[in-house]
Design a protein. Structure first.
Length: 187
């Protein structure tokens, strides 16, 4: 989870962080927050009206901007004091989610071969022997990406027109493309 969570749906105080053993107070975010994930510092920027509305959690132990890993029941809570999803940069949210998934032992079935493009939304649907990749271009320009799917190290290239989507069916074992829509144009 991210940010403070000591209020109920009616904005009344609820002492949830203390119940987890990590008391915290809510404070407004700064234009540049720093968040440490597994000891690695990340810059988390906030601009404009967010500075007046977005809050971070400030831990009572005084440790600023460090992700807490808290044993709870039979599991673990990963808590970022900074609400990374509301940042002006998507990289801190991606880093936090990757850290949480790694802690949970979730195997990665999809990844970008290069730097991820925030204009492309990639939704994998995993089947027993294949992965269906739905790639949505949320920009006004044609976008191309190289994705790694399944157990293969070979990237799969996909070009998506502006404001459109593409579907790619990939074999999980080999990474070979079984089908795609729209079909690639032949020269």
């Amino acid at each position: 989870m991210t940010g403070p969570f000591d209020r109920d749906e009616y904005e009344r105080p609820v002492d949830r962080s203390r119940a987890l053993g990590v008391p915290a107070a809510a404070r407004p975010v700064a234009p540049e927050e720093e968040l440490a994930i597994a000891g690695q510092p990340l810059r988390v920027p906030f601009r404009g009206g967010k500075l007046e509305r977005v809050e971070k959690a400030v831990f009572a132990d005084g440790e600023p901007g460090a992700v807490k890993v808290i044993p709870h029941g039979k599991g673990t809570v990963v808590w970022s004091p900074v609400p990374v999803e509301l940042s002006d940069d998507a990289a801190p949210a991606a880093a936090l989610y990757a850290f949480a998934l790694e802690r949970a032992g979730v195997a990665r079935t999809l990844g970008a071969a290069g730097a991820p493009d925030p204009a492309l939304l990639v939704r994998p649907i995993v089947f027993e022997k294949a992965i269906l990749l739905t790639v949505v271009n949320e920009s006004s320009r044609v976008k191309t990406a190289e994705l790694r799917a399944g157990n293969s190290a070979a990237p799969v290239a996909v070009t998506v027109p502006a404001g459109r989507a593409a579907l790619i069916f990939v074999d999980r074992a080999t990474g070979s493309v079984l089908g795609r829509y729209p079909e690639e144009e032949k020269p």
